[in-house]
Design a protein around this ligand. Structure first.
Ligand code: NAD
Length: 352
């Protein structure tokens, strides 16, 4: 197993692992540990090149620093990627080698689930390192983060409603959700319980039909969903959905969903603001999952009640972001970044 360091400005540590025996080719980026050890998921993807994988791991690990700083998880930002095809390249030896790779960093990087990585994969990684979170509840771990992400989104939507209309009530609010998977589906149900009028769309037609039959949601096709007039548009599928093509079509008063990196480019948050649409920055709103995982690392171990208390803070974090945006006359994504940087500076100053 060959572990080599890659020097990248602005990152505390970036390492590559090549292991001939298992076929592992992976990268770990530790962006910042000012607030605590770095935590971020492990992703497996058939990247076309190492450069592409490096670009991804750098971008994602930096994002985790900001997300955790705003969410006050007591963690820093990191991420890992495995270069490979999740359909054909997964095996015990690969994940064992990944475990050894993570272990070589002595806890400055802690891993969790991300795209194409499931609990069974992490369980294999766990055989070689203790620096794994998000394993099953039966092992005393925090389990599936999605319901907590959905709960955090609902709490954040109350701050959005208040910003729009002066009341946290979601009753009667028209919400369009794109993507009713693990998070979007749970959010749709929670919103219905609050009396919101929910319209859903998903490229998985079967899922839409099931949810319509069970909960009575209105269903719209993915092609047409942007044409539905609503109070809140909630992207819960994939990133980059808010872009030059879609912005002129938006018929909502606010954008607030769980999908990561909703704006194709940073400038799109300004474009949205110029059209009078309120944007709840994704990483502030969707932090419920990481907050839940972070509770697993505290002394005394995981406690669901404590996790819920921490998740409730998403409301206050969003209020603060909206306040900074108003005060400094800047888009909300910049306001979120200011809040994250202020919290990082504070931690660095405290450390001396
Ligand atoms: P998921 O795979 O369970 O659900 C995604 C859903 O979106 C699926 O039902 C899929 O069919 C649908 N979809 C995909 N492309 C679509 C499109 N173009 N139009 C309409 N529907 C589409 O994923 P998830 O765990 O619910 O995560 C959703 C998003 O939230 C992702 O961007 C993820 O990175 C982000 N996120 C998830 C969590 C979590 O705890 N799961 C935490 C933070 C952020």
């Amino acid at each position: 197993m060959e572990i080599t360091e890659i020097q990248v400005d602005g990152y505390e540590k970036v390492v590559r692992c090549r292991d001939q025996e298992s076929g592992l080719h992976a990268l770990i980026a530790v962006h910042d540990t000012s607030l605590g050890p770095s935590l971020g998921g492990m992703r497996m993807w058939p990247y076309a090149s190492e450069d592409e994988a490096l670009f991804d791991v750098l971008r994602l690990s930096k994002g985790m620093t900001y997300k955790s700083a705003v969410a006050e998880t007591g963690l820093g930002g990191g991420k890992s990627v495995i270069l490979g095809d999740p359909k054909t390249d997964k095996c015990e030896a690969l994940f064992r080698a990944m475990g050894k790779f993570i272990d070589s960093l002595d806890g400055i990087y802690i891993t969790a689930e991300d795209m194409n990585i499931g609990i069974p994969d992490l369980e294999t990684v766990h055989k070689e390192t203790r620096w794994v979170t998000g394993l099953s509840r039966s092992e005393g771990s925090s389990g599936n983060p999605s319901p907590f992400t959905a709960e955090g989104c609902l709490i954040g939507l109350r701050a959005v409603a208040e910003e729009l209309d002066g009341s946290t009530s979601l009753e009667g609010k028209k919400v369009v959700i794109q993507g009713v998977g693990a998070v979007g589906g749970a959010l749709a149900i929670l919103l219905k319980e609050e009396g919101a009028h929910v319209t859903i769309c998903d490229i998985n037609e079967k899922r839409c039909i099931e949810m319509k039959e069970q909960y009575g949601f209105d269903v719209v096709s993915d092609e047409d969903h942007l044409d539905v007039e609503c109070d809140i548009y909630s992207p819960c599928a994939r990133g980059a959905g808010i872009n030059d093509e879609t912005i002129p079509r938006l018929r909502c008063r606010a954008i607030a969903g769980c999908a990561n990196n909703q704006m194709l480019e940073t400038r799109h948050a300004k474009d949205v603001r110029d059209r009078g649409i309120l944007y709840a920055p994704d990483y502030v709103l969707n932090a419920g999952g990481i907050i839940n995982v972070s509770v697993e690392l505290r002394e005394g171990g995981y406690d669901e009640g404590f996790a819920r208390e921490r998740i409730a803070r998403i409301y206050h974090n969003l209020k603060e972001v909206f306040e900074i945006s108003r005060r400094d006359d800047i888009p909300t994504n910049e306001a979120a970044l200011r809040l994250a940087n202020a919290r990082l500076e504070e931690a660095r100053a405290a450390k001396g």
